[in-house]
Design a protein around this ligand. Structure first.
Ligand code: BV8
Length: 255
């Protein structure tokens, strides 16, 4: 059913999983669309620990370019609709995003779990230095190093605080998602995925856990995703148009 009739959220808990398609409406490239990020770079070269060891300057250039781009764009009506519905549902709402661009937070979302990390946070590639907010860009060959390691006589590069392929997601994030879903299982529970190709695990498997806990599941995407069949309802639409309508939000600035 492709209609944009509002989702029944009466007394429900709602978990929304977002992907690059939500930020695409703000002008940021997705990963797997034509002309997407992975057309310009091989995943293993710029989004894997081995790629960072092989060519850290290339990886820092890739993420520095994305830091610069993300700073030039604004949240769109899809981001704002999600911030709006969070205000209505409060602790009955959780936003889990694969996006690292910070646009959800800039739109006002607070109950956000960034399961793939954040573009604007940097950490040490070697020690357990507390990751820190960092909007700097690193295009030169001289790359940032960890002062804490230097104080111990070791040289260690700083790296983006991003979950790369082959790296575990933060167990605390997965536990928080699991706890939210199990609390939701006792009553009306809606799981919505928006703007994601369902290609990357374990994010792509969250719909299965939600279904096993009785959720009604809805996919909102510009085209069918790899896991469309796992959703009770698929709305083929652009997220910035669909989300305000599905949440029954009149007057959310359509910009
Ligand atoms: C893990 C970094 C356990 C952030 C990302 C070998 C070894 C280890 C693991 C694996 C392995 N082989 C496979 C795996 C699992 C692997 C995986 O899933 N691989 C896939 C490719 C098969 N997963 C992992 O490695 C994960 N870790 O499994 O650890 C482990 C550990 C050690 C050893 C063994 C196991 C880590 C996954 C996280 C990877 N990091 N990115 C960054 O650089 O940004 S993933 C990357 O893809 C992004 O985070 C992105 O968010 C994510 C998903 O992509 P999407 O968001 O869905 O974007 P995409 O372009 O694909 O789709 C956009 C969709 O939007 C499209 O469908 C389009 O139609 C739609 N759209 C476009 N415009 C709009 C729209 N929809 C609506 N409106 C619009 N306007």
């Amino acid at each position: 059913m492709n209609s944009l009739q509002p989702v029944d959220l009466e007394g429900a808990r709602l978990l929304v999983l977002t992907g690059a398609g939500v930020s695409a409406e703000s002008g940021l490239a997705t990963f797997r669309d034509s002309n997407g990020l992975w057309e310009q770079h091989r995943v293993e070269d710029v989004a894997s620990p081995d790629g960072f060891v092989r060519d850290p300057a290339l990886v820092w250039k890739f993420y520095s370019l994305r830091r610069e781009q993300a700073k030039t764009v604004e949240p769109n009506a899809g981001h704002r609709a999600l911030a709006e519905v969070e205000k209505r549902l409060e602790d009955r709402f959780l936003l889990v995003t694969q996006n690292v661009d910070g646009l959800h937070q800039r739109a006002g979302s607070e109950r956000v779990i960034e399961i793939h990390g954040s573009l604007f946070r940097t950490k040490c590639s070697s020690c357990d230095l507390q990751p820190f907010d960092d909007h700097a860009t690193y295009f030169e060959r001289t790359l940032p190093t960890c002062d804490r390691c230097a104080g111990r006589g070791r040289e260690a590069l700083l790296r983006p605080d991003i979950v790369w392929f082959g790296e575990m997601l933060d167990p605390a994030h997965m536990q928080a998602i699991d706890a939210f879903m199990r609390r939701a299982a006792g009553g009306p529970f809606v799981f919505m995925a928006v703007g994601t190709s369902g290609a990357v695990w374990p994010a792509a498997g969250l719909v299965n856990l939600a279904r096993s806990l009785g959720a009604s599941t809805l996919l909102v995407n510009a085209e069918p995703a790899d896991n469309t069949a796992r959703f009770h309802r698929f709305v083929q639409a652009r997220s910035a148009e669909a989300l305000p309508a599905l949440f029954g939000l009149k007057g959310v600035d359509p910009r």
